[in-house]
Each structure stands twice: as C-alpha cells, then as structure tokens.
Design a protein around this ligand. Structure first.
Ligand code: HEC
Length: 721
C-alpha cells in the first residue's frame, strides 16, 4: 500500500518499519551506510522535501575533482526547470517542449521519449514515480493533463483516466473546460494509492479555483477534494465577502507539497487569489489563499493552517514547497515543518499542531488609499530567524556602480514609495517591493540536512516596483484585452521587464501571427495560456500588438465601438474582470545598463540553524561575468532553482542566471569548494544518485532566462574521475 523503496541498487534490508519512522537519520544510524538511498526517486529527493542525499562518495574533500560524465542535448530551445527523478538506472525528465524522457543515468543515452503533443511550454519541474513493488507508474504533467506512463516503455497506461490521462480542468468548472487554464508545473505527492496534486492557475480573472485533489493512481478517479476557496458553510467562508467565491479563483498550490507519511499529513502552500493586485471584490483575509495547509492525506480534511499574508495584494504566493525536519527544543526532538517565503522569512511550526516554534506576531501595516480596497490591518512576522533578504530599500542602498547609474537611481527613487513590507500600492505612483515579486525564496525550494537541522536557502535580493492605474473606459478591444490580461507581465507600454518578461514591442517582426497565437493559446514558461482570446478578440489583440493602438479596423472587427459593457463582452473580459484599477506591470528597479539599481548582494545563499534560528553563514551567490571582468566580483545575481545538500558535507547549487555555473560549498562554512561552467544556466535544482557504485550529480540547464546568452538546453551529469 505505501510506496516502497524502488532503487535497484538499494539493499532490501530497509523494511517498512524503518521507513515508517519517517526519519532518514534513524535509518542511517540504525542500519549503517548500506541503507543509504542510491536513487532520487521523488521530486526534491524525498516526500519530506529535504533535497538531501545520504551519499558520501562525492564529499567536501574531493568535490573539486568533479568532471562532466555525460551531457544530453534535446536539441530544443526554451526553459527547463526540471529536478529529474532517478529510479534504478533510469533518469526521468522533460525537454523544454514538455516531452517526457527516460535516459540511462550512467551514460545519458535515450531509453525512450514520450511526446504529449509537442506544444507544451509550461515549466515542468518534476515527475512522480509510484510503485507497489509489482507495478510501476510514472506520472507526468503536460499542459492541462496528468499522464500515467509505463516507466519501462514510456507508453501511456490506458486504464488510467481518459485513455491514460486526466484533464485537470475537468470537474473544476461547469462550463467549457477548453476555455480554462490549469497546468501541472510542479508534481504533487504520492500517498498510498493516490496522487495528490494542485496546479498552476492564472494571475488574472477568470481563473479556476485552486482545489487540492487526490486521484486514484490506477483509475484516475477523484478520491477527495479540498476547497482552497471555501464554499458556503465551509470553514473560512466568512473571510470573503458573501458570494465572492463565485467570482474569484486561484489560491492554488503551484509550488509543490510535502508529506509526513507516518502521520498521514500533507503540507500544502498556496498562492494568492485573483485578481492579484486589487482586491475590492474579495475584502477580508481570503482563506486559504497564501496559506500553509496541513491536511489529512487520507481524506483531505484540514488539520491546521497558517496564513502568511492576509488579503494579499502583492502576489506574495508561497513560492516553494515546505520542508519537514526535526529540531531540538529544550533537549527534546520536535518534528517540525519549515516554510520559506518570497518576502524573506522562514516560518517554523511544530508539525502535528501548527504551533509556531519561533513566536509569530501580528504587526500593524499601513492601510490602502485606493477606493474600494481594504488591506488587512496586520500581517504575521516571525521573531526568528532574521530575514534572508533585505526588506527595506533606503537611499543609502542605491547603486554606486557608476556615478551616472547612481544619479539616475537617486532620481528614480525620489519618485517612488519605499517603506518596507506590505505597503499597499497607490494609483499612478510606484511602490517598492523588496525583495522583489520573485522573492526572496523561489520555486527551487530549500535544502535541509536532517542530521544538523540546518536549512539552506538561496534568495534573490533585488527590488522591484508595482503600482495601479485606473482602468479607463473607452479603449478598443485589443487594448482592453492587452491591458487586462497581458500588461501585468509585459507592461502597460509593452516593454516587459528584462530577464523576466520579454518586450512585445515589434513582436510582429520576430513572430508570425500564428506563432503569437500559439503562445497566447498554450502559454510559455511562466506565461499562462489564454484560451478565451479567440476570433475577433484575437484579431484585435494582434493588431494592437503590432501598432500599439487600436486601429479602427481592429475595433470594427470586434464590433467594439459601442457601450463599454458591449466592449467588455466582446473583449471576452467578463465585467467582473474589468476591475476599476489594474496593475501597471512587474517592474524591476534597474539602472540604465540593466543591472539592479541597488548595492549588492543581488542574490545570496544562506545557511540557518533551525534549532536556534541563528545564521551559520550567508554568502553572495553568482555574478555578472562582464562586471566581474571589470573587478566587480561576487555581487550575487538573480537565481532560480534550489540547492541540494549531502552527507558528504557539500551544498550543491547552480541557479545563477548570468554566469551559468554550478557550485559546491562546504555545508558547515559556506566555503566555495568547486565550480564549473555549464552550457546554459542551471535554473533548476540538481539531483544526486549512484549507479554501479559511482555517484553522479545532474543538473538541467537552459537558456530561456538570459536572452542575450546562448539558447538551447541540456542535462549535464558530473562524477569523480
Ligand atoms: C504571468 C505573466 C504573463 C502574462 C500575463 C502574459 N505573458 Fe506573455 N510572456 C510571459 C513570459 C515570461 C514570456 C517568455 C516565456 C519564455 O520564453 O520562457 C512571454 C512570452 C510571450 C510572447 C513571446 C515573445 C518572446 O519574445 O518570447 C508573446 C508573443 C506573448 N508573451 C504575448 C502575450 C500576450 C498577448 C499576453 C496577454 C494575452 C501575455 N503574453 C500575457 C509572461 C506573461
């Protein structure tokens, strides 16, 4: 019934009883080094999310000798965020177009490829491997589907769901599912004979409710549902205005979840409700958005919950799965759950009860002056550990990289509001979000060494800004669709935000109409799909993208010269979507040369002892090669993808965008022990495993994040000579 230890190289002496202790420390201590898992059979290394391996062949003394063992090139461009699985000898991963691949883990040779249709461009962070010792199932998400595959052949298991897959949108709407967007970007967890998952949902309306669901691994039948947006009569319903549950959406789990198998407890972090930045129709705390949920994995019933941001209007989703660990308190071992955030905090709770292990205080924050908006009077702040990213941008922190950059940063800064966390956005004025919309912590997740209780967190440390503007009536269909559905990311001026959201100015010179349509309908990278933008709406949008205004033809095509309600109907933006205010776009606070307009570090790696809440070390992570060449070294840089830690005493992380490196640090001191250049940035979390007595470290690399760098993708595996 429960998942077994599948690794072929794994010694059979690990009985169920030991597994049920739920602690690898006990396993290792009780039966010795032989019992160490050789594989990486679960996303994040284990159901507890530790990103830890007990392997020691590669260790602090020899890690500097690592060499490339093999490289696999899928001959595709795009993003690759996959933390692959290694079960037995086989590595399971994705290509940028979301083909599922099985490679020989020792050579990188292709075993099989499964192509779910070739159009997927969503992040695909991992897979799930179920086994009862007799039959094995590999679960993979692609676009809106969850597929069940035979891991030996890559063929779909047709008895699962609808001919081998389930459409995640089914059951979440009474309407036409093809008009909705849901994608499994991070795998869920396996518990007994269930696969439990969330999904990625839009940031703008309309959006499906982010229900957490358990499906039967054999049939695909729904086993239970937890409503992250409570229905009338359910706990938390009163934290929304009456009836709001009908018009809101998301509050979804996109970052992944973890499982305490012994207790049968599931830990699920959620993101914000739509619309992200203006919540006039969801006044109240909005449970269970931005919440760490502890659920009964058998039934989906709530055990406890903690909401980190009340009535979120800053897009402060929980960005990473939590991690389970055991800490020492007053000489006693306490099972805990740690959760990192975009705004720079680690929250630590007693696992069984949700009692904070460092006191959390509800502190007052300023209210909103935007008509219709009402923010929460307080937000929860942990007394420890100290934040791992800077949280208040002051004039002293503005860049000094060059006198020109400094002068411009000073001028910009004088126009924007900077007062730290939870400052509500204003109309027609920018407000600093620091750390930025991308954290702080991100989807790579933290690593924990279960032997020491130390958590390793990589963090972005740059400032972004955000603001609101009035959604004025009178625009045409093209601009209405654009401003309501696209501008949050690509900017009201279509200029995007370098490194995060591409500019769409002159996009028609780079993309055909058909290619733009494909991106709009299928999404790409962190862009969701917009299946409702079709026909006249699409035509008007394409026109608008080409010209930056709504030519009469575009308007006429959509019959949009009439009243604004007609315009809303025609534009496919339901009246509820046409909020009075809309977001002006995610903007990075950059200097004129495109570097962060603040002093470094721009990205860090942190080691925090969760027994005490004290930092063991904190170092900048990454650099810009061209700045380093001029002597501006070790600045840290934006980084996506997490670390792993091993019993060999090393923390291994890639993540940095611009220097395209993978590095190993001494887990006790933070000293750099090894680094190597990669073909593309390793914006993914590595995995480590052993085959035929040889330990490997593998990382997925891709060029999507750095448009000026080389484009392509590759898996690169390292081993000792
Ligand atoms: C949540 C943020 C987000 C929203 C909303 C969004 N996009 Fe995007 N878009 C992106 C990102 C990120 C990329 C780059 C994806 C990649 O290559 O990995 C992108 C890429 C594109 C591209 C390809 C351009 C290029 O240079 O790669 C087009 C065209 C595009 N978006 C159009 C739109 C349109 C039209 C809308 C509204 C209907 C929209 N986007 C809404 C984030 C967004």
């Amino acid at each position: 019934m429960r998942r077994v230890w599948w690794g072929i190289g794994l010694v059979a002496l690990v009985g169920g009883g030991l597994w049920l202790t739920g602690s690898r420390r006990v396993i290792a201590g009780a039966v010795g080094a032989q019992a160490v898992r050789q594989d990486w059979a679960t996303y994040g290394g284990g159901v507890e999310g530790e990103r830890y391996s007990g392997l020691t062949q590669i260790n602090a003394a020899n890690v500097h000798q690592l060499e490339v063992a093999w490289t696999f090139d899928p001959h595709e461009e795009g993003g690759l965020q996959t933390n692959p699985l290694i079960v037995g000898r086989t590595l399971y991963g994705y290509t940028p177009s979301q083909k599922v691949i099985a490679l020989d883990g020792a050579t990188g040779k292709v075993v099989w490829t499964f192509d779910p249709g070739g159009v997927g461009r969503q992040p695909a962070r991992g897979l799930s491997y179920w086994s009862d010792g007799k039959s094995n199932i590999l679960f993979a998400g692609a676009l809106s589907n969850l597929y069940a595959l035979d891991p030996a052949t890559g063929k779909v298991i047709s008895s699962f769901g609808d001919g081998g897959r389930i459409d995640l949108r089914k059951g979440l709407t009474e309407g036409d599912v093809s008009k909705e967007f849901a994608a499994l970007t991070t795998p869920g967890v396996l518990f007994k004979d269930m696969i439990i998952i969330g999904f990625r949902a839009p940031e703008t309306k309309p959006a499906l409710h982010g229900d957490i669901r358990a499906f039967d691994v054999h049939t695909g039948a729904l086993r239970w549902t937890f409503h992250t947006i409570p229905h009338p009569g359910e706990y938390g319903y009163e934290t929304w205005p009456k009836g709001a549950w009908k018009v809101t959406g998301s509050a979804n789990n996109w970052a992944g979840m973890v499982l305490d198998e012994k207790r049968g407890m599931l830990f699920v972090p959620t993101g914000s409700a739509v619309t992200d930045f203006y919540g006039d129709d969801r006044i109240g705390n909005d449970l269970f958005a931005n919440t760490l949920l502890a659920l009964d994995a058998n039934t989906g019933k709530r055990i406890w919950h903690f909401q980190a941001v009340h009535h979120d209007i800053w897009d402060r989703d929980f960005p990473s799965p939590p991690v389970l660990l055991t800490v020492q308190r007053n000489g006693k071992a306490v099972d805990a759950v740690a959760q990192t955030t975009k705004h720079g905090f680690v929250f630590l709770f007693e696992r069984a009860t949700g009692k904070p292990l460092f006191p959390i205080e509800e502190r007052p924050f300023p209210g909103s002056n935007v008509p219709g908006e009402k923010t929460s009077a307080t937000q929860p702040i942990p007394s420890a550990p100290a934040p791992y990213a800077r949280q208040l941008l002051t004039a002293e922190m503005l860049t000094t990289r060059t006198p020109e950059a400094h002068a411009l940063a000073v001028e910009e800064f004088s126009k924007i509001r900077s007062e730290g966390q939870f400052v509500p956005f204003s109309v027609d004025k920018q407000t600093v979000v620091f750390p930025g919309f991308d954290g702080g912590a991100e989807w790579g997740g933290p690593a924990v060494d279960p032997r020491s209780g130390v958590i390793y967190i990589n963090s972005n440390d740059i400032a972004w800004t955000g603001g609101l503007t009035e959604n004025k009536a009178g625009g045409g269909v093209g601009s209405t669709v654009y401003q309501n559905q696209c501008a949050a990311c690509h900017g009201a001026d279509r200029k995007g935000s370098p490194g995060a959201f591409p500019s769409l100015v002159s996009v028609d010179q780079r993309f055909s109409d058909a290619a733009i349509t494909e991106v709009v309908h299928n999404g790409r990278g962190r862009m969701p799909s917009f299946p409702r933008v079709t026909d006249a709406r699409l035509e008007a949008l394409l026109n608008y993208l080409k010209t930056g205004n709504d030519p009469a033809a575009g308007n006429r095509a959509a019959g949009a010269r009439d009243s604004s309600s007609k315009r809303e109907a025609e534009s496919g933006v339901a009246p509820a979507v046409m909020a009075k205010y809309r977001f002006t776009g995610y903007r990075k606070f950059l200097d004129p040369d495109g570097y962060p307009a603040i002093v470094p570090p721009w990205g860090t790696l942190n080691a925090i002892d969760l027994n005490t809440g004290k930092y063991l070390w904190k170092i900048p992570l990454g650099e810009y090669p061209e700045l380093a060449a001029k002597g501006m070294k070790n600045t840290g840089s934006e980084n996506y993808g997490g670390p792993i830690v091993t019993a060999g005493g090393v923390v291994i992380i890639s993540a940095t965008i611009f220097d395209r490196k993978i590095r190993a640090f001494d887990s006790r001191t933070g000293n750099l022990l090894w680094e190597a250049s990669l073909p593309y940035a390793g914006n993914a979390t590595p995995a480590t495993y052993m085959i035929d007595g040889k330990q490997y470290v593998v990382i997925a690399t891709s060029g999507a994040r750095d448009r000026k760098g080389p484009q392509g993708a590759a898996y690169v595996a390292f081993a000792l000579p």
